[in-house]
Design a protein around this ligand. Structure first.
Ligand code: AVJ
Length: 311
């Protein structure tokens, strides 16, 4: 596991267009910084999604229907899913995320509060195909909140949806939250908060990379750079070199590999795609879902959908 992450980082950093996958944001400090981001006035997605879930709880519960297994994709601290337990009433809850230790602790806590729900915690990499053969007969509800889908390139999102639709085996669906295209000012501020938390979140990825591959990125040399790319309908986050930089990437053969950056050069750290309600529901339909329900807030900042897998 560790070894492949090291190889992955070596490849992405020595690419002609250097990048670091956003999954490397979420070390201990990064996970806490993200939690702070969700509290910021400027970062509307988390708050708005929660508003929609609360305001339309009855309609969402009706649309979802019976739930034998709730599969929480990228469960984190399981807080969002647990808010659904009393309305959706899953018989079984499966929390899936990349870090098992963190997840197990969260699930153990939840189990005490909801002793009648069967629970499990599993480590999975959401960028790989998913399969749940042992529960193929049961009605499954997949839960993918928070606009995590925004990190996937559109073609990758199509594959992901087709994978989920298939795994429902004609009996289940997907409850998903996604961020919507909106005025540029609102989008820009959400990723350029004046307090600098998003900047710290972005810079922290270099500390995590230093820890994983033993490189010597210096935070002083880099600055946060985020903007809305209108033609691609995505927020792009980058780290921009403030000076000319040399970074050592310790190699396996003891000969350190040096990568050079010129002032203004970029390392791409994240894409956060924004959809329109129509473009998003159309993607769900294209992947094999039908009977698609959608709920939004009065300002149409965020969208929650429930889509049934075709029988
Ligand atoms: C967790 C991927 C939904 O794209 O808004 C927040 C991550 N990055 N601020 C997003 C994030 C910068 C977030 N997602």
């Amino acid at each position: 596991m560790k070894h492949t992450l090291i190889q992955e980082l070596h490849l992405s950093l020595t690419n002609d267009a250097p990048f670091i996958s956003p999954k490397f944001f979420y070390d201990d400090v990064g996970s806490h910084l993200f939690d702070v981001i969700t509290l910021l006035e400027e970062y509307y997605p988390t708050r708005t999604e929660q508003w929609i879930m609360d305001a339309f709880q009855g309609a969402i519960t009706d649309a979802v229907g019976p739930c034998e297994v709730l599969l929480d994709l990228g469960a984190g601290n399981c807080a969002k899913a647990s808010r659904l337990f009393n309305s959706i009433k899953p018989k079984q809850y499966r929390a899936l995320d990349i870090s098992k230790e963190y997840l197990e602790a969260a699930v153990a806590d939840l189990q005490k509060q909801f002793p009648h729900i069967a629970m499990s915690a599993e480590a999975i990499d959401l960028s790989l195909p998913l399969a749940f053969p042992d529960i193929s007969e049961l009605r499954k509800i997949f839960f993918f909140p928070g606009s995590s889908i925004g990190n996937y390139d559109p073609e990758k999102a199509d594959q992901f949806f087709a994978n989920i639709a298939h795994e429902c085996h004609g009996n289940g669906g997907l409850l998903i939250g996604v961020d919507l295209v909106k005025d540029l000012e609102t989008l820009h501020l959400a990723y350029n908060d004046p307090l600098g938390v998003t900047s710290a979140f972005n810079l922290n990825i270099l500390l995590n990379v230093n820890r994983i591959i033993g490189s010597n990125f210096n935070l002083q040399d880099w600055e946060h750079y985020a903007f809305f790319n209108e033609s691609q309908s995505r927020i792009e986050m980058h780290l921009r070199a403030r000076v000319n930089i040399e970074v050592n990437l310790p190699g396996s053969n003891a000969r350190d590999h040096v990568i050079r950056f010129k002032v203004g050069d970029l390392i791409h750290t994240e894409n956060s795609y924004k959809y329109t309600q129509d473009s998003f529901t159309e993607k769900l339909r294209y992947a094999g879902f039908e009977n698609i329900h959608a709920w939004t807030d009065p300002k149409k900042h965020f969208l929650v959908c429930f889509a049934n897998a075709k029988k």
